[in-house]
Design a protein around this ligand. Sequence first.
Ligand code: GDP
Ligand code: IMO
Ligand code: MG
Length: 420
Amino acid sequence: MKVDVVLGLQWGDEGKGKVVDVLTPHYNIIARFQGGPNAGHSLKFNGKNYVLHTIPSGIFRPGTLNLIGNGVVLDPVIFRNEVKELEASGEDLTGKLQISKKAHLILPTHRILDAASEHAKGKTKIGSTLKGIGPTYMDKTGRNGLRVGDILSPAFMERYNALKEKHEGIIKQYNFEYDITEYEKQWFEGIEYLKRFEIIESEYTLNDFLKKGNGILAEGAQGVMLDVDFGTYPFVTSSNTISAGVCTGLGIAPSRIGNVYGIFKAYCTRVGSGPFPTELFDETGKQLGSIGKEFGATTGRARRCGWLDMVALKYAVMINGVTHLIMMKADVLNSFETIKVAVKYKVNGVETDQFPYECCENIEPIYKEFKGWNCDINSLRDYNSFPKELKEYIEFIEQETGVPVKIISVGPDREETIIR
Ligand code: GDP
Ligand code: IMO
Ligand code: MG
């Protein structure tokens, strides 16, 4: 068996949570491989909405194991709150959730370092979710980090204090005021709480599962354009959000990667700072935001909105080896007379179809216009019943990317999904 992958192809919030929930019945295990509580994955079914940050989006389906992989960074406070909320809504997580020993811990002082660093950057800030993601990955690659498996070690407190002290020294240099007393108390409660879950060597578990013929789905967080190597650096997150991240984030060999499901919105959004070539600052942009309810699932911030960017999308398809495309939120465009797609950029007056190294004041998107379908598609459940304008839009995307659009989402609910 192979590991299939669900990835965001834009700047995050494409609808990964919904799609993973829809695909879960085809798999035995759902595994997160990178990122942490900067993610906010929304699901909707039976009239209820849920948002997950650390827990994989397969958690609501019976009989599925959900695994938090080594590539993830975990905040015990956020994790505990998330589990408690799920339990309060009647979910039984017993035996359904396992955590890699090698996942790194987000310390209270990592969150302060994140805030201090952003504060110091002023106007050039990343617009981080301030969950401590960057500083935690820095300690991981800097070989200072604490891992989930360490909580079982007698030397844990000593190591915690040493790292905290190191952080305090850096925070002092930022001249940044903070108080972690309450959060630290909750953090240690969260550490104790973690111990009731199975803490495992997940690379063995996953490879054993594969050998036995089980299906695994890897759930990405963020999106390709936020990847630390290939995104709009430095306005990115601190992990590899791309398909290659599955190998390092779960301990899976490249030859074991199967289908790569690339998810994109029928338009484009971004939250936080950084380049966004097709961003709209006009009424149309506002309309996309209000119809699409474009507010962050983690921070509540308004998302910036714009037209679909084919240059960025083709780049994302190339980097990830996307085998299947999944188009989300087509319904948001129901009332638009004209829909635009950026097919090329003009960079310093020269046309290109490549995403440039330096983005973005000097970029002018070149748009192709499509006639809108001007009708309500939310209740449609069959591709053949789609309006011709929507089919043309989808077929154009397939032609440009060379990849079939296999799933189309026409609403937030599980049921509002068309599989071709
Ligand atoms: P994720 O981070 O990729 O899981 O995406 P988010 O959950 O942050 O954001 C996607 C938002 O769009 C959520 O509020 C979803 O409920 C919603 N959503 C997902 N698919 C659709 C769709 O096809 N149509 C509409 N209108 N909303 C959708
Ligand atoms: P999901 O998984 C959208 C953005 C932040 C910021 C940048 C760095 O829900 O798609 P970080 O907290 O990682 O230091 O923030 O990345 N960002 C996201 N944007 N969706 C996300 O996750 C994001 N996770 C981080 O807004 O610009
Ligand atoms: Mg999200």
